[in-house]
Design a protein around this ligand. Structure first.
Ligand code: NAD
Length: 499
């Protein structure tokens, strides 16, 4: 059986923890590999390697660092199909979707090629008599990234591309469920000219994460995953004096106004609700039609489309989405759907118990559509993270706005309307971090920043865009006065700008 090792100082690293996890092929249900899990000793090896390399890397001028990133972009483009297939084999999503995953990450690496410009500091000539003041952006040192299973290419690149371009060494702890692509990314960075030690990959679960959080030489931690773990990592990391940003779960609402173009809206609900089997933090999981008539038209149009969605292995042609990542995930989602029925929601399309011919052991589940979901129900409160769309009927715009604003999560939301006033009002008032107007998945591009509000995000600086440059650097402000501007004599009062 294939064995997946850590990747430390430019080489595979077996480690000695004696702990391993199975890596499944969700399409067939088979165990296809074993991944080594790290404990404190493996993490220490990664930190030692990072420490030995980081100083020289930080001293390499930013344009040279950018060239490594540009070469990495070219190599990733050249290897896109191979990496996408590797990703689909461990994650289960379609190859087209895996290509999209890699491309969105690659865009962040492209953004990071602009690091020489992005790191330019501020300068004030003559801030006082003969005094200049300027601000430097210096790398934090060693950063770590802890990433979820659902975007094994994009999310590691969200983190390591800006962190490394800024002059840091980076330790990536990817999801143990689909660990192969992150290692391939590190290999490609090495091939692009990155010195060994600047990007190390340690695999693992809670033990590896706790070792990262406890390590005094790791200055900054970026986390993406579920909200309970995000809040734990934030609290532990911050208590240890680290800079921490943690991105958690979601329950993204789409508000459908009576004047919305129903054909466009239904296409949007299908793609954003069921793409990648709903295993996206920006998936639409709640549709909120405004008014009974809008709701009736929406559900009537959605039902046949949901019934006809094609589920299958990533190797099949023309499928809409693949299996769930694990059997446990499928069982959990099926249990939530059972609960929704028991609590009185109408299950308009039931995808439970899907048997896939020839792939009976795969982790498949068909698409589910609920109507008449109430805010008190568990299927509304919980992040399901599966192919389940819930329709919550709202009486008017204000009620729809409150639903999106009052939910504990605030990652993404969207409004479908032809009314510019309503769209503008919604975008301005809704208590959610990323808003789409007739755009179902409003994931910001690499040069903007990505992040939710409320319990979808802990910390203050977002992923990518200029926020990432701030997160992965420390500001140093220098006040300089040269001898010709210095008058003799000690000053005992606090210096102020003279009037
Ligand atoms: P997860 O929280 O189970 O795992 C995330 C990471 O934490 C993994 O690397 C995992 O190994 C580690 N981990 C797991 N249990 C841990 C524990 N007890 N202590 C310390 N570390 C632990 O999340 P997942 O199932 O891999 O990913 C899906 C979740 O990620 C969903 O909730 C989804 O909404 C969220 N997500 C959020 C965003 C965002 O940007 N807000 C993006 C993608 C995914």
């Amino acid at each position: 059986m294939r064995s997946i090792q850590h990747f430390i100082h430019g080489k595979p690293f077996a480690g000695s923890s004696g702990q391993f996890a199975d890596v499944f092929n969700p399409a067939t249900g088979e165990v296809q590999a074993r991944v080594a899990l790290a404990g404190a000793a493996e993490l220490q090896a990664a930190v030692d390697s990072a420490k030995s390399a980081q100083g020289d890397w930080a001293a390499t001028n930013p344009q040279r660092r950018a060239r490594v990133m540009a070469k990495f972009v070219a190599l990733l483009n050249a290897n896109l199909r191979e990496l996408a297939e590797l990703m689909s084999r461990e994650h289960g999503k379609t190859v087209g979707d895996s290509i999209g995953d890699l491309q969105r990450g690659l865009e962040v690496a492209e953004f990071a090629t602009g690091v020489a410009h992005l790191l330019k500091g501020e300068f004030t000539e003559g801030a006082g008599p003969g005094i200049d003041m300027y601000c430097l952006r210096q790398p934090v040192g060693i950063g770590a990234g802890i990433t979820p299973f659902n975007f094994p290419g994009m999310i590691p690149m969200w983190m390591f591309a800006p962190a490394i371009a800024c002059g840091n060494a980076f330790i990536l702890k990817p999801s143990e469920r689909d660990p192969s692509v992150p290692v391939r990314l590190a290999e490609l960075m090495l091939e692009a000219g990155l010195p060994p030690g600047i990007l190390n990959v340690v695999h693992g679960g809670k033990d590896a994460v706790d070792a990262i959080l406890a390590h005094p030489d790791i200055a900054a931690v970026s986390f993406v995953g579920s909200t309970p773990i995000a809040s734990y990592v934030y609290a532990q990391g911050a208590a240890g004096g680290k800079r921490v940003q943690c991105f958690g779960g979601a329950k993204n609402h789409a508000i459908i106004m009576p004047d919305a173009d129903m054909e466009v809206t239904v296409d949007a609900m299908i793609g954003a609700g069921y793409g990648s089997a709903g295993e996206r933090c920006m998936a639409i999981s709640v549709a909120v039609p405004v008014g009974e008539e809008t709701a009736n038209r929406l559900v009537a149009a959605l039902k046949p489309r949901v019934e006809n969605l094609k589920v299958g292995p990533y190797t099949a042609e023309n499928i809409d989405f693949g299996p769930l990542v694990t059997k446990a995930a499928r069982d959990k989602i099926t249990g939530l759907v059972d609960g929704g029925v028991a609590q009185g929601a109408s299950l308009v399309v039931d995808g439970r118990g899907l048997a896939m011919q020839g792939y009976e052991n795969g982790f498949y589940m068909g698409a589910c559509l609920f109507d008449h979901v109430k805010p008190s129900m568990d299927i509304y409160k919980t992040e399901i993270f599966g192919p389940v769309l819930s329709v919550v009927r709202a009486k008017n715009f204000e009620e729809a706005l409150s639903l999106a604003s009052d939910h504990e999560y605030g990652n993404g939301t969207a409004i479908f309307t032809r009314d510019g006033d309503a769209a503008r009002d919604f975008a301005s008032r809704v208590q959610v971090g990323m808003v789409g107007i007739n755009v179902p998945i409003p994931t910001p591009l690499a040069y903007y920043s990505f992040g939710g509000w409320k319990r979808s995000m802990f910390g203050d600086l977002n992923q990518h865009g200029t926020d990432s440059i701030r997160f992965w650097t420390r500001t140093k402000t220098v006040t300089a006065r040269w001898p010709s501007g210095i008058k003799a004599g000690a000053e005992f009062s606090i210096p102020v700008i003279s009037r």
